[in-house]
Design a protein around this ligand. Sequence first.
Ligand code: C2E
Ligand code: MG
Ligand code: MG
Length: 588
Amino acid sequence: MTESCLPEIAAGGSPLRLLIIEDDDVDRARVRHALAGTPFKFSATEAGSIREAREHLDGNEFDCVLLDYHVEGAIGSELLADIGALNDPHLPVVMITNHGDERLVAEDLQFGLYDYIPKEKLEADLLGNVLSNSLRRASLHREIHSQRARLQQLSLYDVLTGLPNRSLFFDRLDQALQSARRNAAAFAVLQIDLDLFKEVNDNFGHVAGDNVLVVAARRFRNVLRASDTVARLGGDEFAAILTGAETAQAALTTADKIGLAIREPIMVSGNRIQVGASIGIALFPDHATDADALVARAGRALSSAKNNSAGFAVYGAGMDTDDRPRLVASRLQKAIEQKELFVEFQPMINLTSRKVIGAEALVRWRSPEDGVVLPGSFIPMAERSSVIGPLTYAIFDLTLDQAKLWYDSAVPIPVSINLSARLLDDDQLPERVVRALESRGLPAPLLTLELTETALMSNVNQAKKILGLLSAAGVKISIDDFGAGFSAFKYLRELDVSEIKIDQSFTTDLRDGSRDNTIVRSIALLARGFGIPAIAEGIEDPMACNILRDLGCDKGQGYAIARPMPGEEFLDWLLRWELAAAPIDVIQ
Ligand code: C2E
Ligand code: MG
Ligand code: MG
């Protein structure tokens, strides 16, 4: 290996890094001489053999190669392809030819050779021109290449999240299908939709929405394997190909991980935002054998997932004609007319005095076909149709009729009714509620309306208007399932909230120092700051009552106190409860 740094002769710019491949000492000296006459500053590395040239090319950076046509009996052009492979594919190569080689070299121009100079014409001026032209062309090639790469990136990847877009997703899905067919393997396709994303955009703005998408994309990537594909199909719609998930169980395990990861709160501009994900799963080849059908079936499973509490569903044949919401709506309409709906009441107590301070009305449907159906199975579907209006007013009537009976028997038990977000769009709601109370002679403060954070957030101005009217009439407002959705504290101030119900997911693990323990304490403290009570729901363990009280919760509700019961049984239960020697105090 010989290396020589020739004197810098041109001012400005960094020296050109040249590789001279030439086995003849005299010819090499001529190249050096000609170079010295060009206006370039340069540093030249010299190779006297193909082997030496390869060693230099592998791992060193050059701006241009000057290549002898004949090196050690080999034809220099044979090295051409290797130069691109060993070094930069756009590295310009200029051939130094002997008399008579021009015609052969002309062919190499088609295969990446930039230019050539016959040895007899090798002088500074010509070499200088050839070098500067070659360098200019190389930089143009590089520019074109990077533009092309950028265009390709834009056409295949989502700009916001950097994930593959719809087009690349379907490409990868085709590849996965081919490979699975070849290897008789199975794999899963997931359609993922962010829950509450519209609310994030509506309430925190599009920048926050974008941030949530970016974080969601990152979390999806982290949960999935490198061999899986996760893509953004548009909006808050994502899809994944899990080549390693051969069974529904394996896909469900991953879906569960995705769900957990996405539910971790996201801080955006000081707001703690919590979204969720609904996930639909379809398997190749069990559910479909081509790309479109697989994605469509994962989509059907997704619709079904949105209606179940787990948040994910595997495709099933019954989902093909998913008329369920419409069907349920028309059955519910009939159920209201046939008086198949009824309400059960679950007591709430003061955790310190242990006195019963109210009852939550929970609707049930005695369906002739399915027996007693719990609200989780029909309220979400009712909410997607206009039947939610008549349904809610029917529940108001049932609940207030019962409240009236208690009121008249001198046991005025306050009642809470769950209100769907959709009802906040009904401008008649305040007037109808007030009329329902007045017609029964019930004082308005006897009624509390429970709304989830999501309901409040879905249209804040409308919520403020309607709830403002209800509060002004004396009706109380409670925030249900607090902590499970958005916890945008400013709404606590803006809306006249009378109570916070801490989501039952936080009341299961109350060990000292546990996360739930800390969260409950913080929410109770927050409620106290607003001068309103915090109520813990879902108390299943009698011991938890005291812990929750010590954490600052004023009230409690849950199976440990009583399960929801028919209104007719409530007074008997109440009597027993008050007569009982405070079972929880005994434990204490
Ligand atoms: P929610 O308002 O948070 O009601 C509490 C739910 O937790 C009730 O389920 C209740 O039976 C259950 N629960 C109470 N204590 C415990 C406990 O210790 N452990 C466990 N695991 N669960 C407990 P339910 O009756 O099935 O109601 C579910 C949800 O359906 C309600 O959640 C509410 O969001 C909705 N819902 C119920 N009734 C109505 C209604 O009349 N209208 C509307 N719009 N939604 C309703
Ligand atoms: Mg409730
Ligand atoms: Mg609740």
